[in-house]
Design a protein around this ligand. Structure first.
Ligand code: EPZ
Length: 417
């Protein structure tokens, strides 16, 4: 449990370097299991989710080392073991160990994964993909076990794009004999990063970033180095904070193309956005106008993870902004906390209508999930007076020292664990 103390009113100025992507490093860490090898990962963010994933790898017999932003995993001595429930329950991405363990051991057992409460978070698409590859499922109230006497290449067609299910299918297919074709695959940059890692591991895999991913087989190598892609949502977080407070901020070590819909919306709000090969600069006088309707979509549409962040920046934007959340049914819970700061938000089912107000006022609020918590930090920075944000470690799960980053840009923010 931690407390954020935020005093609003400061503009933000300066440069900041963006962390490696949480949602890329977690699947890649599961991938270090699919064949016995030594993997060196760089640009690894220092997050609680990474720590927990490394603990899971250790439970499975891997040797792990972490220093600063580099992690080394030696999975040559890995062996099957059930993963402790308390580790599984910490995050959603632990479900990816199903595919990785199946590929390596031919058997897998995990308890139900945890993660942000964004409404129901089923794993039916994951399980269907693993069954199609030839796994036999044994399900109980609190655990999922898979057995396979040999995974076989096949055609997997997802009814809707799912990031995690696509990643689980890619990981399991590493252990399949024959060609696996994944159709209606999710296209997020984190999927591409996982493909790049698996290719370095010796997988003949292609198509990530498009609807169709093809895995033709594995010729494992024994030493791999891979740099984790920058965290596009961490970049969006800082840019939305700069828009909300006003100022002149440059986020570096980032990929502008990964958050085009977010920077487009910020430009429509009146911010001046300049993009380079690996940076995005945003200048704002803090007086914003509504970007119009925002509808979350699978990549390359507007990212659901940035919905709470842009919504916070819209609280003082002149006019009315309609947010339609189409990915997660429970991803508007942060609006209740934002209303405590003075936000004028009407929520109906999957839609939130924000009417810009002249001022927000600091208040005591509570983080409901990772991005909802970040949205409250953004709103607190743009509010008058002090905001006290109680955070049961949601934000630290996904952001590496966000308080230090914002303080270095001039934000009056302190976080006490
Ligand atoms: C990943 O979650 C990310 N998490 C999420 O980021 C991100 O919001 C989401 O992808 C975007 O789609 C990680 O990568 C660890 P999905 P994931 O499967 O894989 C439904 C953050 O803040 N679905 O793409 O769980 C699901 O309910 C987190 O960093 C099924 O119905 O998302 C949702 O409505 C939050 N059955 C939709 O698909 C399944 O088996 C998309 O979910 C799987 C998913």
């Amino acid at each position: 449990m931690g407390i954020w103390k935020i005093r609003g009113g400061n503009r933000l100025y300066g440069d900041t370097y963006i962390q490696g992507a949480k949602n890329a490093v977690l699947p890649v860490l599961s991938g270090t299991l699919v064949s016995g090898c030594v993997t060196k990962l760089t640009n690894v963010p220092q997050l609680r989710d990474v720590d927990n994933t490394l603990k899971i790898l250790s439970c499975l017999g891997c040797k792990v080392e972490q220093s600063e932003h580099t992690v080394i995993v030696d999975s040559r001595e890995a062996r099957f073991a059930p993963i402790p429930k308390e580790l599984m329950a910490q995050m959603r991405s632990s479900v990816l160990f199903l595919g990785a363990m199946l590929a390596r051991f031919g058997t897998a057992e995990v308890s139900m994964p945890g993660g942000c409460m964004l409404g129901p978070r089923p794993v039916d698409l994951h399980l269907k993909a693993l069954e199609t590859l030839g796994a036999e499922l044994i399900l109980s109230e609190e655990s999922i076990a898979c057995r396979s006497s040999g995974l076989r290449g096949c055609r997997i067609v997802f009814p809707t794009p799912s990031v995690g299910a696509t990643e689980n299918a890619m990981l399991a297919a590493c252990g399949a004999v024959g060609v696996t074709v994944i159709e209606n695959a999710a296209k997020e940059p984190e999927i591409v990063d996982l493909q790049e890692y698996l290719k370095a591991l010796g997988a003949d895999i292609s198509g990530a970033g498009t609807d169709v991913i093809v895995m033709r087989g594995m010729r494992p190598v024994f030493y791999v180095e891979h740099e984790i892609v920058p965290d596009r949502i961490a970049a969006a977080t800082v840019l939305c904070a700069a828009a909300a407070c006003g100022g002149d901020v440059t986020v570096r070590r980032t990929v502008p193309a990964h958050i085009g819909p977010v920077t487009d919306a910020l430009e429509r709000m009146g911010c001046a956005v300049t993009k380079g090969a690996d940076f995005i600069r945003l200048v704002s006088d803090g007086r914003l106008v509504s970007p119009g309707q925002i509808e979350t979509q699978p990549y390359p549409g507007f990212p659901t993870d940035a919905q709470p962040l842009l919504l916070a920046a819209c609280l003082r934007a002149e006019g009315e902004t309609t947010f339609r959340e189409t990915i997660f049914s429970g991803r508007l819970r942060h609006t209740r906390q934002l209303q405590k700061l003075g936000g004028s938000i009407q929520v109906d089912d999957h839609t939130a209508v924000v009417t810009g107000v002249a001022e927000l006022n600091g208040a005591a609020v509570q983080a409901t999930d990772l991005r909802g918590g970040a949205a409250l930090v953004i709103a607190g920075l743009a509010a008058r007076g002090e905001t006290l944000l109680v955070d049961s470690d949601h934000i630290t799960r996904g952001y590496e020292r966000l308080d230090e980053c914002l303080r270095a840009l001039g934000g009056d923010v302190t976080y006490t664990d």
